[in-house]
Design a protein around this ligand. Structure first.
Ligand code: ADP
Ligand code: MG
Length: 357
């Protein structure tokens, strides 16, 4: 008679498989679902903490190998699914179907904050996450232009409806403001406007709400953090020293507001000449990574200066949507994965990487 694997043996085997980023085993992390044993055939579903998990392939492999070690197993069928970890304060305080709110900030304007926010949002959606983007930049609400949307659908149930494009939900101050109106807004008005963009909108469920913040540090971050629970903040910088010193202030502001820093992104880090393939480091190189090290915050990655990024922004056709196979789109996807991993780690109290600076 042949040996039959049992559920206990399969679970014991999966107890040896580590989640490479969360540094705990899959059973402890409660990621194992639906073990099915049919003679020598074993099926299992692994519930990841994000569909943008950067090490999906490794986890799938490790699971298969571990189960194959169990006596009597002949064939393994691994299914990967994802249930994004939630920042429960958002539903708790605002009853919104939003799991995480991620603020994208920058010390200065013009460093590519909106470009990064838009391309990150679409990248996360392309990997299977439910994504919203909220353009809170009253001084230059250009998310609509970068996405090629001009208005929202009509309201229903006395609430606004987000626009939908490239698989994401979009709400922008630009849908509501006339040009030139913005600069008049101050303190309390800004707070209530930002809050309303969350609460007076019919959001469909969102795993990651990406918020494109007004430029500058301090005030804007304060307004947002006082309006809604912020899961974490990201700072975008270019490599020059001046940009970096502003970025440092942005990180410090998040720290003072007790908003976990998910990382720094270095934009316009290098340029590859399309004709020669030569690489130029126009604004210097590596400054943001050094700053991240000094400050003890994650470095999420660097993005090239790429003419197609600018053109895509101007035309409302983001590079990750129209040229998903380009190296630049790949760089955005890797950033999105690292960001998603950082969000997952926040919800793991024992994870050693959790850094709230
Ligand atoms: N990596 C990049 N490569 C080429 N152009 C970029 C890149 N990032 C941003 N840009 C361009 O720089 C300008 C400023 O970017 P934007 O995202 O509006 O900055 P911010 O929101 O920080 O003010 C835009 O014209 C945008 O298309
Ligand atoms: Mg902007």
């Amino acid at each position: 008679m042949s040996i039959q694997p049992t559920e206990e043996l399969i679970l014991a085997a999966l107890g040896t498989v580590m989640e490479p980023e969360l540094h705990q085993d899959l059973v402890t992390l409660n990621m194992v679902r639906d073990i099915q044993i049919n003679g020598g055939q074993v099926g299992v579903t692994i519930m990841l903490t994000t569909p943008a998990c950067p090490l999906k392939g490794k986890i799938e492999n490790d699971v298969r190998q571990a189960i194959m070690q169990v006596p009597g197993v002949e064939k393994v069928n691994v299914k990967l699914d994802a249930d994004v970890t939630a920042d429960d304060r958002i539903f708790g305080q605002l009853q919104l179907p939003i799991k995480n709110i991620i603020a994208i900030a920058s010390g200065k304007g013009g460093v590519g904050k909106t470009t990064v926010a838009v391309n990150l949002a679409i990248s996360l959606a392309q990997m299977g996450a439910k994504v919203g983007i909220l353009d809170a930049d009253i001084y230059g609400p250009n998310v609509p232009q970068m996405l090629g949307v001009t208005h929202m659908p009509p309201p229903t149930n006395q609430k606004l409806n987000p626009a939908r494009v490239y698989g994401i939900q979009v709400m922008s101050m630009g849908f509501m403001l006339k040009p030139d109106q913005a600069a008049l807004w101050r303190g309390p008005m800004l707070h209530s406007a930002i809050r309303q963009m969350f609460t007076d909108v019919n959001w469909e469920p969102v795993d990651y709400m990406i918020v494109d913040m007004p430029p500058g540090t301090g005030d804007a971050q304060l307004s947002l953090a006082q309006s809604v629970p912020l899961t974490g903040g990201v700072v975008v910088s270019t490599p020059q020293d001046v940009a970096l010193s502003d970025a440092r202030r942005g990180l410090t502001a998040f720290k003072q507001l007790n908003v976990p820093v998910l990382g720094i992104i270095e934009n316009m880090a290098y340029f590859i000449a399309p004709d020669t393939g030569n690489r130029y480091e126009i604004f210097g190189y590596g400054g943001a990574e050094r700053a991240a090290q000094e400050l003890g915050v994650p470095f999420l990655g660097r993005l090239p200066l790429d003419q197609r990024v600018r053109e895509g922004g101007d035309m409302g056709k983001p590079i990750v949507a129209i040229a998903p196979d380009s190296e630049t789109a790949q760089a955005f996807r890797e950033l999105a994965q690292r960001l998603a991993a950082q969000v997952s780690m926040l919800r793991m109290p024992s994870a050693p990487e959790l850094k709230i600076i």
